[in-house]
Design a protein around this ligand. Sequence first.
Ligand SMILES: [Zn+2]
Ligand SMILES: [Zn+2]
Length: 169
Amino acid sequence: MTTFSLRNVRLRTGEQFHQTVDVRLEPLMLGGQEYRPVPDEVPAELTITKATTGSVYQLSFRAELHGPCFRCLRDTVVEESVNAREYQATNPAGDEELESPYVLDDVLDLGAWARDALALGLPDKILHSPDCAGLCPVCGKDLNEEPHTHDELAADPRWAVLDELRGQL
Ligand SMILES: [Zn+2]
Ligand SMILES: [Zn+2]
C-alpha cells in the first residue's frame, strides 16, 4: 500500500504543492478475471491545492493493464491515463460529500485512490480489438481465427419449415 504523509505539507490558501510519487498498483478483478498492472509501480503526479474551505487533491498517472480479452480470452493490454480529483473540506462537519475517503488524518491513501481511479476509468468490456468476434458458443474455437457456423443451427425446426418453402419455389 502506497501512502503519502501530509504532515509536512503545510499550505496557505491559494498555495500549491506538487510532487512525483511512485505508486504501487494492485491487480484489478473484473468479471472474475485478473488484470495486472505492468509495471506494478508507476510515477504519479500529486498536486495539492489549498482552497479557502479545504484542499483539492489531484493525481495523474499512466498505467498499462494486462489480462484476458472479455470475449476471446487472448492476452490483452489496456492503456489508461488517470486524472483523479478529490476534495477534502477543512471542517466537513460529518458531510460525506465534503470528505475524501482517501484522506485519513494526516495520511493520503494513494494506493487505494489509484486503484479505484484506475478501475473507474476502464471500459465495461476489455476487448483485444473493438470488433473481436469472440469464441464460438458451440465448439469454443476462436472465431477471429476460424470464422465458421455450425450445421446444427440448420437443424432447428424453424429452419426446416423455411427449407420446405424453398423446395416449393
Ligand atoms: Zn478478443
Ligand atoms: Zn464452432
